[in-house]
Design a protein around this ligand. Structure first.
Ligand code: COA
Length: 247
C-alpha cells in the first residue's frame, strides 16, 4: 500500500499521508510522492483544488527522525526541498484537513495552505529548536508575520504546542470541525465550481506579496538546517527519541 494515497473526485485531488503506524512521519519517498502529486496537479487541467489529509488519528509527526539520522537532507535538490518548492509554487487552492498531532513540517506546511480545517483533537507544534534544529518551510518568516514576533519566538523557542482554538485565533486555521476532511472537501468542491483561471489569479495575487521573500528565507533556513542536522545538539535529541522508543 502506498504511503501517499491519491484520489480524484469532483475535480479535487486528495493526497493522504498513509503511514499511520508511524504517526504518518514523513520519509524521503513520501516527500517525493507529495512533490510529484502537487507538480502533476499544477499542470492537470482536470484538477481544480487539492486537499491534504492523513490516515489514522494524526496528521503527521513531522519528518521521520530515522531518515533525519540516516539520510540527512543536505542539498537543495533533496526530496524535502522538492516538496517545499512544490508547496511554495503550487498555483491552485490547497486545503488541509488536520486532526491529532501536526508536528514540525506538519504545522509549517499549513502556513502555505489557502484554507485549513482542523478537528478538536488537533495539536500543533514546531519543536525544531528542542531538536537542535531551526524553523523551516519559510516558517521563520511566515509564522511571526501571522502571529506577531513574540508569540512566534515563544512557540519556536519553547517547543510549546497549541490547540485548534488557539490556531483559529492565530489565523492558522479557519474552522474547528469534528469531521475536518468532510469540511475540507466541501470547501474544495465549492472552490472547484468557480471559474478556474479567476481562482488561480486570485491565489497568485494573495501570495504575491510574500512569494520571493519566502523563497529566499527557505533557502537560508535550508542551509542552516542542513548544518544543524549534523550537529551534536541534533544527534543528542535524535538519540533521545530513539532510546525512548527502545529502538
Ligand atoms: N519519526 C519516526 N518515527 C516516529 C516519529 C518521527 N518523527 N514520530 C512518531 N514516530 C513513531 C514512533 O517511533 C512510534 O513507532 P513504534 O510504535 O514503532 O515505536 C509511532 O510512531 C507512534 O509514536 P509514539 O512516540 O509511540 O506516540 P506518542 O503518542 O507516545 O508520542 C509524539 C507522539 C508525536 C509526541 C512522539 O511520537 C514524538 O515526539 N515524535 C517525534 C516528533 C518530532 O520530533 N518530529 C520531527 C519534527 S522536526
Amino acid at each position: 500500500m502506498s504511503e501517499i494515497l491519491s484520489n480524484v473526485e469532483n475535480r479535487v485531488l486528495t493526497l493522504t499521508f498513509n503511514r499511520p503506524e508511524k504517526m504518518n512521519a514523513l520519509t524521503r519517498s513520501m516527500y517525493s510522492g507529495l512533490a510529484k502529486g502537487l507538480n502533476d496537479a499544477a499542470g492537470d487541467f482536470g484538477i481544480r483544488a487539492v486537499v491534504l489529509t492523513a490516515s489514522g488519528d494524526h496528521f503527521t509527526a513531522g519528518n521521520d527522525i530515522v531518515d533525519f539520522m540516516n539520510n540527512p537532507p543536505t542539498s537543495d535538490d533533496s526530496e524535502v526541498a522538492q516538496f517545499l518548492a512544490a508547496l511554495l509554487n503550487f498555483p491552485k487552492p490547497l486545503i488541509a484537513a488536520v486532526k491529532g498531532n501536526a508536528v514540525g513540517v506538519g504545522t509549517t506546511m499549513l502556513l502555505h495552505c489557502d484554507v485549513v480545517i482542523a478537528g478538536p483533537t488537533a495539536n500543533f507544534s514546531m519543536p525544531f529548536a528542542s531538536l537542535g534544529l531551526v524553523p523551516e518551510a519559510g516558517s521563520s518568516y511566515l509564522f511571526p508575520q501571522l502571529v506577531g514576533y513574540q508569540r512566534a519566538a515563544r512557540i519556536f523557542m519553547t517547543g510549546e504546542s497549541f490547540d485548534t482554538d488557539s490556531a483559529i485565533e492565530m489565523g492558522l486555521v479557519t474552522a474547528n470541525d469534528p469531521d475536518p476532511l468532510a469540511h475540507a472537501l466541501r470547501v474544495a468542491e465549492h472552490i472547484a465550481e468557480q471559474p478556474p483561471q479567476a481562482i488561480i489569479n486570485t491565489k497568485a495575487l494573495l501570495k504575491a506579496r510574500n512569494h520571493d521573500s519566502v523563497a529566499a528565507v527557505m533557502k537560508a533556513e535550508f542551509e542552516i538546517f542542513a548544518m544543524a542536522l549534523q550537529s551534536e545538539e541534533a544527534m543528542e535529541a535524535f538519540m533521545k527519541f530513539m532510546s525512548k522508543k527502545g529502538k
